[in-house]
Design a binder for this molecule. Structure first.
Ligand code: GLU
Length: 507
């Protein structure tokens, strides 16, 4: 094992990358960067039956959007350890399977899928529902432990399909220390003789994963909790090869927001939020899924939210840039228990990032949103409008949708304000205001405010008597940002036109 920190994210291209997977990649990345190490991206595509076209491209694009860039491997450099796609490494694995056969850590098995099915069914009938190929049952199966040597040779020579299975020792306590979970101990009597090498000449995940982690000099294996049951087998494989095992850290699950169990796509659909980083479309099945990017999340906010799902900095700080995360991250403070997903919290992070943006950036975001809707705002007002709307926005699109009245005349008027605040006196008051506005030479927020307030003082009217009707007439809404700024942005002509329109419509 290398003394340098080298970690890898090793997804299988079986579909879009779940946000739990992004968090695994993120923790690997943070750990590598914190320790001046390397972060590798390796694609584990040995299971051809689960291969989905476009999934690898999706993974690369999603990580790039998040700013999690691999130093080495797919999407990074080839530093002499490639290829980094297991299907392209296929010819390398057989030799390792042979090593295990030679040192009696593995054996050849000829049982066909039908035969295995039959044995399982028989066991079930006899009340044993969980039949396993293990140190007891292998004695009655068709393998190199039960067949004569010559017979095995002859079968292989005749091209009979076979797999290579791990030969687990009987009653052996496998122990290893997981950075997050502490000591883990499993007896081999509770494990099965997993297939390491398949009939199609491909290694299984277990063999390929161990061989590659060794050859790529991976120092720490940081992965999801779902792989914890495989870890004892992996430890035994390292032992069988005589290799030093990397340090393991199994991350807690991301849980449903409203109950027990792992967060799934179905939960997202049911509760109305994405569980994938970017939009996904399977070109073969036409299946689609929505992503955080397209929902309007900033990658920094998304990453910030994910980082805190399972890791706690030990302080009150919640907002972290990627660089701050690198500095603060500590694998030892990752929690053992699952982290409940909280979309509202994610939205809060996005709001924080949006509000922290400069006027210039917000103005340009507003312009993009307006253009995509065919709406227009005078260049000189872009900054003011963007700043004003940012206080009410979670996503860039809200800069427009929360203030549509700035770009379009109201077509409807808020019912509640209409019933409660628009009175018989309102049209007259609006007319008075209109004529005062007409006389204004400068139509900016300050002049509009003093003109409006002057009217109130003169007529001895409270703000509550006029303000809501005024807002209703100009914007159609019951609430919103400062009316004086809104009026400045709309311009005198438009404000006056809207007031007469309201008087006309609300008669
Ligand atoms: N290919 C496995 C996956 O899809 C990788 C597990 C591991 O990191 O060892 O998650």
């Amino acid at each position: 094992m290398s003394s340098k920190v080298r970690v890898r994210f090793a997804p299988s291209p079986t579909g879009p990358l779940h946000i739990g997977g992004v968090r695994t990649a993120l923790y690997n990345y943070l750990f590598a960067k914190k320790h001046g190490g390397d972060f590798l991206l390796r694609v584990e595509d040995t299971d051809q039956t689960r291969f989905v076209a476009g999934a690898e491209k999706y993974i690369v694009e999603a990580l790039a959007w998040c700013g999690i860039s691999p130093d080495e491997g797919i999407g990074g450099e080839d530093r002499g350890n490639g290829p980094y796609r297991q299907s392209e490494r296929k010819p390398m694995y057989r030799e390792y399977a042979e090593t295990l056969l030679a040192n009696d850590s593995a054996y050849v098995a000829f049982d066909t899928a039908d035969e295995l099915e039959r044995v399982r069914a028989l066991a079930k009938e006899a009340g044993a529902s969980n039949w396993q190929y293990n140190y007891i049952t292998r004695e009655n199966m068709k393998n190199s432990l039960t067949l004569a040597k010559d017979e095995v040779k002859a079968k292989i020579a005749a091209g009979e399909p076979y797999v290579i299975r791990m030969k687990l020792p009987r009653d052996h306590e496998v122990r290893f220390e997981d950075t997050i979970r502490g000591w883990v101990s499993v007896n081999t009597n509770n494990m099965d003789d997993k297939v390491l090498f398949k009939g199609d000449g491909m290694p299984t995940y277990h063999l390929a994963n161990i061989v590659d982690d060794h050859l790529m000099e991976i120092s720490h294996v940081i992965r999801g909790e779902e792989w914890l049951p495989s870890a004892p087998l992996h430890v035994l494989l390292y032992e069988a090869f005589g290799w030093e095992s990397p340090i393991f850290a199994h991350l807690p699950l991301l849980l449903k927001p409203d109950g027990p169990g792992k967060l799934s796509k179905r939960d997202g659909d049911r509760l109305g939020f994405p569980v994938f980083p970017i939009d996904w479309k399977n070109d073969e099945t036409q299946e689609t899924a929505s992503g955080y990017r397209e929902t309007g999340f900033y990658p920094d906010a998304f990453i910030n939210m994910l980082a805190l799902l399972g890791w706690n900095p030990g302080t009150e700080q919640e907002v972290f840039s990627l660089q701050e995360l690198v500095e603060a991250f500590d694998l030892g403070s990752v929690s053992k228990s699952g982290a409940k997903f909280d979309f509202e919290k994610g939205k809060w992070f996005n709001q924080v990032y949006l509000r922290g943006m400069s006027e210039e950036k917000l103005a340009s975001a507003l312009k993009t949103e307006l253009n995509s809707r065919g709406l227009h705002c005078d260049e000189k007002h872009l900054g003011t409008v963007a700043m004003m709307m940012s206080e009410r926005a979670t996503f860039p699109k809200d800069l427009v949708t929360e203030g549509l009245f700035l770009f379009e005349r109201p077509s409807t008027y808020d019912e509640k304000t209409l019933t409660k605040k628009w009175s018989a006196d309102s049209p007259k008051m609006m007319e008075d205001i209109s004529s005062r506005f007409l006389a204004l030479v400068t139509f900016d927020a300050a002049s509009i405010e003093s003109c409006f307030k002057g009217y109130l003082t003169e007529k001895e009217l409270g703000f509550g008597k006029v303000g809501p009707s005024f807002r209703l007439a100009v914007t159609g809404k019951g609430m919103g940002p400062s009316m004086f700024t809104i009026c400045e942005v709309l311009g005198k002509e438009e404000v006056l036109a809207r007031i007469s329109l309201a008087i006309e419509k609300l008669k």
